[in-house]
Write a protein that binds this ligand. Structure first.
Ligand code: AMP
Ligand code: MG
Length: 406
């Protein structure tokens, strides 16, 4: 058995970040910038009104209440060439350019239309500058907005659009092939024949791959047939950046997956000192000039998921240049004991996690911890890392990987 740290190191060393590509800003959300972005434009591009109201010269309304003639109107998207004179008002909408000469906007709530809008009663004085959004007060042209390595969140993508960074250099989204192996697996809803089970890992892993920010490609359930499996793996390698398989990697009997992968790829068959998910295979399948990582996850559904979390997910995120490739890890409080026996392995216990009134994350076991008991694990939003030994006592801290904590 090898340490999980050694396994991760080996895998990550073979999963470098992909070469950057140009990506339209409208498709960049979730990707990582490969080059800094410098603003080519001011945002906003011109001084505009923060409210619906009347553009004035502040001095004209210093003695409010005061009545002013309304000499024009400017809506968002329009502009006026009228230069505002002392004692005048121009009706203005949010986002419309502030007319030349005006230095403040009186909000419509502080006014009253008179003579059908020909005049306006301003009830309150305003300071110069009020409700004027100046050119560049969001983004100043020439500033470096984002460094290389920035994750494009929805808001970042919005900013990229706002400065007309129409195409950015980003690490591409990995296309990841997912396939399940095993003659016992049924996924067409038909009645189960003796020995058959319904296939679940593929759908779970397709979702997990997407959740990791990758594009998931479904390669189906592959029978335990060497020729078929070989053909599917070759196609997957030709069309995808990584391959995730489930099943057939355990120690023991001759296995089709083992035979085929060993022939096609430079594989390392691992026994990792963890529970669940001890068996794990990783290798590189050379397809033309490309090296395609293959993650051979165990078939037991919980093992498959934990294996994906600890090894495949962070590797895929590294391939996409993510600065935060791993799940967040916190020292949580065990609200109940997480007992175990020494066995030379680190146990990854599926737990529910929630913030307590003390501001710390508290965890409880989801119950059934068998590697086939996916239903219990499906209730988990975190995984507690219980080191070899006798377990964690009630109230004691336990390092915990957060999958999602709300
Ligand atoms: P294996 O790793 O292929 O030896 O499978 C270990 C266990 O996981 C067996 O009980 C399989 O039936 C089960 N298993 C394998 N693949 C899947 C799958 N895709 N969905 C559900 N269970 C599976
Ligand atoms: Mg199998």
């Amino acid at each position: 058995m090898i340490d999980i740290a050694e396994a991760r190191e080996y895998v990550f060393a073979h999963c470098p970040a992909a070469a950057p590509v140009p990506v339209p800003c409208r498709e960049a959300t979730g990707l990582v910038l490969a080059a800094p972005v410098v603003a080519a434009e001011d945002v906003p591009p011109f001084a505009n009104s923060a409210v619906d109201g009347y553009a004035v010269i502040a001095a004209s309304v210093a003695q409010a209440p005061v009545e002013l003639p309304v000499v024009g109107e400017v809506a968002a998207g329009a502009h006026t060439s009228h230069v505002l004179q002392p004692g005048e008002a121009i009706r203005i909408m949010t986002g419309a350019p502030v007319p030349e000469g005006a230095d403040a906007i009186v909000m419509v709530e502080d006014t009253e239309r008179i003579d059908g809008g020909a005049r306006v009663l301003v009830r309150r004085a305003v300071q110069a500058g009020v409700a004027v959004r100046h050119a560049g007060d969001d983004v100043r042209e020439g500033t470096e907005l984002y460094a290389a390595g920035t994750v494009v969140t929805p808001a970042v993508a919005g900013v990229l659009c706002s400065v007309n960074a129409a195409v950015v250099s980003a690490v591409p989204r990995a296309r990841v092939a997912v396939l399940s192996t095993g003659d016992e697996l049924i996924d067409d809803g038909s009645p189960l024949q003796p020995g058959q089970i319904r296939e679940s890992n593929r759908t779970m892993l397709l979702g997990a791959v997407r959740d990791a920010g990758c594009e998931a490609v479904d390669f189906g359930v592959v029978r335990d047939d060497e020729a078929v499996l070989e053909a599917v793996l070759r196609t997957a390698a030709e069309t995808c950046d990584a391959i995730v398989t489930s099943g057939g990697v355990s120690m023991g009997d001759y296995d089709v997956v083992k035979a085929v992968l060993s022939r096609l790829a430079r594989m390392r068959w691992m026994q990792i000192a963890i529970k669940p998910a001890k068996p794990f295979a990783f290798g590189i399948l050379a397809s033309g000039s490309r090296d395609v990582p293959v993650f051979g996850l165990p078939g037991n559904p919980v093992s498959s998921l934990v294996s994906f979390e600890l090894l495949a997910r962070p590797a895929l995120r590294r391939m996409m240049g993510h600065p935060q490739a791993d799940r967040l890890q916190v020292a949580a409080v065990a609200d109940e004991g997480l007992p175990r026996r020494p066995d030379g392995k680190t146990h990854y216990v599926r737990v529910t996690a929630a913030f307590g009134p003390d501001g710390r994350v508290h965890v409880r076991s989801v119950g059934a911890q068998g590697s086939h008991q996916l239903a219990a694990t499906s209730m988990a939003n975190a995984i507690a890392i219980v080191p070899d030994g006798d377990g964690v006592a009630t109230g004691a801290p336990v390092q915990t990987l957060l999958l999602s904590v709300v």
